[in-house]
Design a protein around this ligand. Structure first.
Ligand SMILES: O=C(CO)[C@H](O)[C@H](O)COP(=O)(O)O
Ligand SMILES: [Fe+2]
Length: 223
C-alpha cells in the first residue's frame, strides 16, 4: 500500500509560505487548512492565498476546508486546480452532490469527520469518495495532542473501505508524529497529515522521509 505524508502549512511561517514549501520537496502533498471562525474557532486563509500557492508549486494540493457551507465554497478550490478537496460532513448539506461536483471539476472528493462523527452512516456513499479524512484532534489548531481514542474509528473505516473494494485513501489529521504514526498505520491509515512534527523538526524534509519510511516499513508487516 502506498503511504503518503502531507505536511500541514498550518505550522509553517505564514509570512514565508513559498520558502517553507521549497524546504519540503519530499512531501507527497501539501495540506492546506482553511478555517473560517465559524465551523472552528480559528481563522487562517482562503481562496486568494491558495491560488497564490498554486502558482508557486506543482505539489499535490490537499485542501482541508474547516468552513461552514462547503456546498457553496468548496468547488472554487477544485476550479483553482487543487488536486484534492476535503469538506466536513458536519457542515455539508448535500455530500453526494458536492462530491460529484468536485470530481466533475477534476479534484479528488474527500469527506472529513470530526472526532465525534461516526463513519457507519456513510457506508453507502463511499463510491462517491476518493479520501476520508479522520480528525485525530478537535479541528481548529495545530500542535494538539493526538487522540488515541480515535483509533477504533480508523480501524472501522479501513474495514468498510476494504469491504467496498474501492481505492479510498484514509487520512489521519492531528497530532501525527514519530511517536503516534505507528498506531495510525496499524489501524489502517495510509495518508498522514503532520504539521508541527514536520515544521518544528530541525530538518523538516528529513522528518517527512523518516515518517514515510516508518509507514512503508510497518505497513508491509501489518497489511
Ligand atoms: O486540521 C488541522 C487542525 O484542525 C491540522 O491539519 C492539524 O492539526 C495538523 O497539525 P498538527 O500535526 O500540528 O496537529
Ligand atoms: Fe487539517
Amino acid at each position: 500500500m502506498g503511504m503518503r505524508i502531507h505536511p500541514s502549512l498550518l505550522s509553517a511561517d505564514f509570512a514565508n509560505f513559498q520558502r517553507d514549501i521549497e524546504s519540503i520537496p519530499s512531501a507527497d502533498g501539501l495540506h492546506l487548512d482553511v478555517m473560517d471562525y465559524h465551523f472552528v474557532p480559528n481563522l487562517t486563509f482562503g481562496l486568494p492565498v491558495v491560488e497564490a500557492i498554486r502558482k508557486v508549486t506543482d505539489h499535490h494540493i490537499d485542501m482541508h476546508l474547516m468552513i461552514d457551507d462547503p456546498d457553496r465554497w468548496a468547488p472554487a478550490y477544485a476550479e483553482a486546480g487543487c488536486e484534492s478537496v476535503t469538506f466536513h460532513v458536519e457542515a455539508c448539506k448535500a455530500p453526494v452532490r458536492l462530491a460529484r461536483e468536485l470530481r466533475k471539476l477534476g479534484a479528488r472528493a474527500s469527506m472529513g469527520l470530526k472526532p465525534q462523527t461516526d463513519i457507519a452512516p456513510f457506508e453507502d456513499i463511499l463510491p462517491e469518495l476518493d479520501m476520508i479524512l479522520l480528525m485525530t484532534v478537535e479541528p481548529g489548531f495545530g500542535g494538539q495532542k493526538f487522540l488515541d481514542i480515535m483509533l477504533p474509528k480508523v480501524r472501522r473505516t479501513r474495514e468498510l473501505v476494504k469491504k467496498s473494494g474501492l481505492d479510498i485513501w484514509i487520512q489521519v489529521d492531528g497530532g501525527v508524529s514519530e511517536s503516534t504514526i505507528d498506531q495510525c498505520i496499524e489501524a489502517g491509515a495510509d495518508t498522514f497529515v503532520a504539521g508541527s512534527a514536520v515544521f518544528s523538526a530541525d530538518d523538516p524534509d528529513g522528518m517527512i522521509r523518516t515518517l514515510r519510511e516508518r509507514a512503508e516499513e510497518l505497513s508491509a508487516h501489518c497489511h
